[in-house]
Design a protein around this ligand. Sequence first.
Ligand SMILES: Cc1cc2nc3c(=O)[nH]c(=O)nc-3n(C[C@H](O)[C@H](O)[C@H](O)COP(=O)(O)O)c2cc1C
Length: 161
Amino acid sequence: MKRLIVFYSYTNNTRGIVDKIKNRYNYDTVEIKTKEEYSDDYDKVVASEEKLVPLDYQPDIEPLDIDFNQYDEIILCTPVWWYSVASPVNTFLHTYNLKGKTIIPIATNGGWLGRTFDNIANLTGANIKKSLSLQFDKGRLTNPYEFEDWLDHLEDDESKM
Ligand SMILES: Cc1cc2nc3c(=O)[nH]c(=O)nc-3n(C[C@H](O)[C@H](O)[C@H](O)COP(=O)(O)O)c2cc1C
């Protein structure tokens, strides 16, 4: 069983989660990076993305030098942007063929998950399992124990569950 973490993070909540998963299980990890960096002005990004996300906006991203066939499962970690995946993750999902793959989606958010997991499933045609919504408040997980528990069981033998 080989797993790959693919993630995007704008204000580093998602990056912190990825670091914890990686520290524990040492999975290969790739970061989605936009060709043009987002502004440091958080409110400006929130306001412009409010218009762009409903238009299925796909900002240009750097190519990912990854052979997805090497991996059985992809742990996809994204912030929630306007009730869906962050726009750079939207580009990723449109660019790479993940049909029939298994995705474990993690969506960090402020409490409004919206259609995020359904959109990942519908866009990719992948099998979705162990999905995890993680709420943050001022850069901190609101329920860290939920995440620790999820992490503890990430490699449980599913045939015995
Ligand atoms: C453009 C933008 C849109 C957002 N939209 C939502 C949303 O619809 N629902 C929600 O719960 N949080 C929303 N948030 C908050 C983020 O999902 C949350 O802070 C997330 O953990 C940020 O991850 P990051 O630090 O890895 O970028 C939004 C943040 C940004 C920047």
